[in-house]
Design a protein around this ligand. Structure first.
Ligand SMILES: [Zn+2]
Length: 264
């Protein structure tokens, strides 16, 4: 009996060591069972589900091209530029944006309509890009998989149920930790500035989202410290990093390529 237990522990440790990867943003080793290729495959599978169940991709090539142009400006300066990021607008009235593993990034028409500049759009895309480069979903899913597997071993149905619930939540970006959200805000702010946008695009976006607090948002408010705190630590980072207000705002571009085309 003892021997078996020991074997289980040893093989368990084996999985954990096999699952360690270097995080591209922090440079630290962490538990992540999914290779870049697997994350890409998962993202591709989920993206079909998203477009089927959550909202169709907006059928407007000019608007989609614009999303992609702004997104690629961010992707070029991120930690993993060769990942092949895909930025898309989907038709849904919720105020939302989310990232799937593998670099699939979505923003809803509901959110596009409440923004008013390219820098604000870039801020949202930068935050979501940072979730991908920081490997937040892959790390969260790896952890949940192990916890889920542990529960199943104990003979409980809860393990399997929790796993399914988790994947669905993951799809909607609900189960990032506060720490992950804070990191995505801060790393995203760096991407925004490196891409040539004003750092204040991120602050303005938070203020806009704060005013939307009454409406249902899936991602941005789900797991967060209150928005005032978010603005607080972003302002602090703008100060400590020496970011200035200079950089592109792009209000007229945003109106021409997004607001006017969505009939706003
Ligand atoms: Zn987030």
């Amino acid at each position: 009996m003892r021997k078996w237990r020991l074997l289980l522990i040893v093989s368990g440790l084996g999985i954990i060591f096999a699952g360690c990867q270097v995080n591209p943003v922090t440079g630290e080793n962490e538990f992540n069972l999914y290779s870049v290729e697997q994350q890409k495959q998962m993202g591709s599978d989920y993206s079909k589900q998203v477009e089927k169940e959550l909202g169709q991709s907006v059928k407007d090539p000019q608007l989609q091209n614009y999303m992609d142009t702004v997104g690629q400006r961010i992707a070029r300066v991120c930690h993993t530029p060769s990942e092949g990021f895909i930025y898309k607008a989907i038709d849904h009235k919720s105020v939302n944006a989310f990232a799937l593993p593998g670099g699939y990034i979505y923003i809803t028409t509901g959110l596009l309509k409440v923004l008013n500049s390219e820098a604000q759009l870039a801020a949202i895309l930068a935050h979501e890009t940072a979730h991908v480069t920081c490997r937040h979903s892959a790390v969260t899913m790896s952890r949940d998989l192990v916890i889920g597997a542990g529960l199943s071993v104990l003979g409980s149905e809860a393990g399997a149920a929790a796993r399914v619930a988790n994947i669905v939540a993951q799809l909607e970006g609900m189960s990032y930790s506060r720490e992950h959200e804070r990191q995505a805000d801060q790393v995203g702010l760096d991407y925004l500035v490196k891409a040539g946008y004003t750092a204040y695009g991120m602050i303005e976006t938070m203020e806009i989202l704060q005013n939307q607090n009454g409406t249902r948002t899936i991602e941005f408010f789900s797991t967060h410290p209150n928005p005032e705190n978010r603005i607080g630590y972003l302002q602090e980072r703008i100060y400590t990093q020496g970011y200035r207000g200079e950089g592109k705002t792009g209000q007229s571009e945003y109106s021409a390529n997004v607001l006017n085309r969505l009939g706003k």
